[in-house]
Design a protein around this ligand. Sequence first.
Ligand code: ADP
Ligand code: MG
Length: 385
Amino acid sequence: MKIHEYQAKQLFRKYDVPVPQGDTSTDRQGVVDIADKLGLPVAVKAQIHAGGRGKGGGVKLARDRAEVEAAADAILGMTLVTKQTGPQGRLVKTVLIEKGVNIKKELYLSIIPDRETASITIVASQDGGMDIEEVAEKSPERIIKVPINPLIGIQGYHLRQVMFGLELDSVLMKSFGKILRSLYTLFVDYDCSMVEINPLIVTEENEVIALDAKVDIDSNALYRHPDIVEMHDPNEDDEAEAEAAKYNLNYINLDGNVGNMVNGAGLAMATMDIIKQAGAEPANFLDVGGGADAEMVENGFRIILSDPKVKAILVNIFGGILRCDVLAQGVVQAAGKVQLNVPVVVRMEGTNVEEGRRILAESGMSLINATDLADAARKIADIVS
Ligand code: ADP
Ligand code: MG
């Protein structure tokens, strides 16, 4: 689960990681009041669950009252488009107003789980700031990685590896080392899947401060973090994903145009792979689950159809606990309720497949039958190409 920058900074404060003073507001007067309290200059920052805000106009530095008002007017209510929001952007309802700081140097620091080394890995660079993606692409040697065995935990030599790698000034080592240890502890305590600070800055006064904050928490661990659950912002939810969650469907919205209806997460991933191999792109991941009933199938179908990106649907079901006849029933039910305006390719095998085929054939729906998964992928790719 993602949280906002201001919420991540609340966690940082709890772990004694220095962040600028600040507060949030949803209206212009609030922004002005907070700026008055903090003293100028201030940074006004859009709070959305996506990075790249600075480049998209979602972070502005204001040096006087007029600039504070202008920044509030420009950012509150804007649809912020960044590299991470997709072309539709995200509506900004809240801004964080924080004290403007004098930046001497911008570093990059993150902690992520690394499956390859089965470790918690610290990633750092002395070329932090808004162009870190370019650094990773053009000069990857400027990015250092220090894996930490979670059973051993963070040790002095890890800290030194990071700090020497960053060519950090020796006067900064004590405060930097403390921050690194605290962030590692936060990462473990909160079952994070990412903690990222870009930029982690060094000020003219040689203070190390987290200027940005991104924290992602493993949703499977939310039951033991009620304080994080409370940070959930429904404004950031994908509408279709939220709708799917209501029906216990495992649904993830993607960028392509082939809607997928599959039972089993493994089969759903294999289906996406084979679609891609055939030259098409999936519009979603949908695992209706092993124990799905006709109603769940119907809801899944309806959610896929509500996505305007979808130009064709591939139903790929391996009938086991979810029998083919139950699936067919669900598809027919859905088609009776919503306008089926895109071609549907069906590949079905397993329990009660004959009965399932009969139900679909007698439904009067115009479906395209596939003999196997490869055939289904070819047919769907032909339709959308
Ligand atoms: P994003 O990564 O989404 O673009 P950041 O929080 O990193 O957003 O802000 C973008 C840039 O704005 C930073 O790299 C920094 O240069 C500047 N900035 C952010 N907060 C402050 C602040 N409190 N004082 C001064 N400059 C800031
Ligand atoms: Mg940033």
